[in-house]
Structure formats: C-alpha cells, structure tokens
Design a protein around this ligand. Structure first.
Ligand SMILES: Cc1cc2nc3c(=O)[nH]c(=O)nc-3n(C[C@H](O)[C@H](O)[C@H](O)COP(=O)(O)O)c2cc1C
Length: 190
C-alpha cells in the first residue's frame, strides 16, 4: 500500500487564518485546489458542487454586494458597520465560494449532496494548506440572504456552503489548541 506521510502532516497541522495577504495563488495552484475539491466523495456521481472563484477586481464587486446586502438587512446601520462588511472580501487575495448544486427528488438524498460539497470545501482548505497558503471558511448572514444569493447567481435548491478565503498568512497566528479526539470517540459494540 502506498503511504502519504506528507498528506498526514498537512491534515494534522492545518488551522484557519483570517488575515491573509498576497501573493495570490497562481492559476496552477488554484487548479490544484479545485482538483482536490473534485476528489470529494460523491454518491451517484452527481458532481453536486460549483466553485465561484473571486479574485482581482472581482473582489471589489463582491465587496459591493456585501455592503449592499448589509444595508438592505439593516437600513439604519452606521456607515462604519457597512464599511466593515465591504472590507470582508478584501481580506484575502482569493475567495472561492462553494455551492452545493442540489438535485431534489433524487435517490441520493439532499443531505448527501450537501455533505459532498462540504467535503469538496475541506479538500480545498487542505490543498491550500499543503501548498503553503492559509485560509478560512466563512459564511455569515450573506450565506442565508436570498437577495445576496440571487445577486451571486445562486438560487434554491442550491446552497452556498460558504466562502473560502485563501492567501498567505499576513502575520503569525499561533496554532489553536485541539481537543483530544478521544472525547468524541467510542469503541462501538452491539
Ligand atoms: C460552514 C462553516 C461556516 C463558518 N463560518 C464562519 C464565519 O462566518 N465566521 C467565522 O469567524 N468563522 C466561521 N467558521 C469557522 C472557521 O472557518 C474556523 O473553522 C474557525 O475559526 C476555527 O478555526 P480552525 O479551522 O483553525 O479550527 C465557519 C466554519 C464552517 C465549517
């Protein structure tokens, strides 16, 4: 059996980082992330995922959507609150929106399709980490705001599973403590 010790090092060291800077991933690095994504387990070969790549000037357009959505949800919001929202997509040079492309009334339950999307997202985070990038998976109110989603081009029954913000760590973030997996694990016997 082939062993992949480097892969295990990646899995056992990854953590999230919010403040990210350039240089942004190259096209080839981005391609590796997406190739990892489509290795997600996929019951029924539905390919139940879509990836929205936002980089370069498109970040400003996403930032504008964030600001508009925040103002729509809270018309009386203070300007600095809206600007805080606008700044969020600018925190990383690359954002990948992960969408679960849902087929309803299919023998593969919707939850399995959504889980496949989650697995694709996780594979992107791990591939990014393996290539020396840091990342953070975020949702926030936008992910559940139908008008924001419409502007993004996502409509029901599809679901935006989140935005993966990806870049180089802007500072040094200490690795967070992890719980002992034994706390969540039992040896099951009938
Ligand atoms: C579906 C999903 C949505 C998330 N949304 C947010 C978010 O909107 N804001 C946030 O600060 N963290 C969010 N998180 C948590 C971070 O991605 C991250 O897991 C957390 O900061 C802990 O860091 P760690 O990955 O190093 O354990 C989300 C995680 C998941 C799985």
């Amino acid at each position: 059996m082939t062993e992949h010790p480097d892969a295990l090092t990646t899995l056992l060291s990854r953590y999230s980082t919010a403040e990210l800077s350039g240089p942004e991933p190259t096209d080839s690095e981005l391609r590796h992330m997406l190739e990892a994504a489509v290795r997600a387990p996929d019951h029924g070969k539905l390919r139940p995922w879509r990836f929205l790549v936002v980089r370069g000037g498109a970040r400003l357009e996403l930032a504008q959507l964030y600001a508009e959505a925040a103002l729509r949800r809270e018309p009386g919001a203070a300007p600095d609150k809206i600007e805080k929202e606008r700044a969020k997509p600018m925190r990383s040079p690359l954002t990948i929106g992960v969408v679960a492309k849902v087929t309803e009334n299919h023998k593969i339950p919707v939850v399995e399709q959504v889980l496949s999307g989650g697995a694709a997202a996780m594979n992107i985070l791990n591939a990014a980490w393996a290539m020396g990038f840091a990342a953070k998976w975020v949702t926030g109110a936008n992910a559940y705001d139908p008008m924001f989603l419409q502007a993004l081009g996502v409509s029901a029954p599809d679901q935006l599973l989140g935005f993966l913000q990806i870049g180089r760590p802007a500072g040094t973030v200490p690795a967070p403590e992890r719980p002992d997996p034994g706390q969540f694990t039992t040896e099951w016997h009938r």
